[in-house]
Design a protein around this ligand. Structure first.
Ligand code: ADP
Length: 209
């Protein structure tokens, strides 16, 4: 299965992606994680991305598209993947369509995790406090200014993807305000209604009867 999780910061994409990894044997392809790894490794991509990320702005489309394309080609992604944090702009979505067509792959479903904006800030603040409590190092963009920028970037650049995928008939909107297990159940219910989703990630439903 190949899935996209769309939603603003704090919507629960990472949490749901993790559950999908465990239950369906997919790999989670988080562009945020990939970029943070590039920053930590000090690669040229990381050097370009760092300041933009710290400010809560998006990094250039071509750079992210290249990272994702390379990642999809790795052997572990053959069993299926969840894109988390990508695509984030309409040009990225168009590039993804071309990329998948070139690779002979198709998407199975797009999920929008819908959450009221006014609770997102408090969710992210809670996550920061919990990480602090566990003594974990904080993300350099988990501060109020960068968070507001990330929300603004979502609104202006990523939200249009909801219409983009709705038009293709691929969009499934899930209420991200529900408790985590309910959100997971809503996602699973859509997945079980997909013809390709029957059986495990490795199995393929050949019969259409
Ligand atoms: P969140 O969803 O909490 O905002 P992510 O970990 O997905 O966080 O992303 C962190 C930052 O990484 C973004 O604010 C942006 O700078 C950069 N980034 C991640 N994915 C993309 C993308 N697809 N296009 C451009 N920038 C991205």
């Amino acid at each position: 299965m190949r899935l996209i999780l769309l939603g603003p910061p704090g919507a629960g994409k990472g949490t749901q992606a993790q559950r999908l990894v465990e239950r369906h044997g997919l790999v989670q392809l988080s562009t945020g994680d990939m970029l943070r790894a590039a920053v930590a490794a000090g690669t040229s991509v990381g050097r370009t991305a760092k300041d933009l990320m710290d400010r809560g702005e998006l990094v250039p489309d071509d750079l992210v598209v290249a990272i994702v394309s390379g990642r999809i080609d790795q052997p572990d992604a053959k069993k299926g993947f969840i894109l988390d944090g990508f695509p984030r702009t309409v040009p990225q979505a168009e590039a993804l369509d071309r990329m998948l067509a070139d690779k002979g792959l198709k998407l199975d479903a797009v999920f929008e995790l819908k959450v009221d904006e006014d609770i997102l800030t408090s969710r992210v603040e809670k996550r920061v406090a919990e990480m602090r409590g566990r003594g974990e190092s904080l993300r350099s963009d988990d501060n109020p200014e960068a968070l507001q920028k990330r929300l603004a970037a979502y609104r202006a650049q990523t939200k249009p993807l909801v219409a983009y995928y709705a038009q293709k008939g691929a969009l499934n909107t899930v209420d991200g305000m529900l408790p985590i297990p309910h959100v997971a159940a809503a996602i699973d219910s859509v997945l079980s209604s997909l013809p390709q989703a029957s059986g495990s990630g490795a199995a393929r439903a050949e019969s259409s009867s």
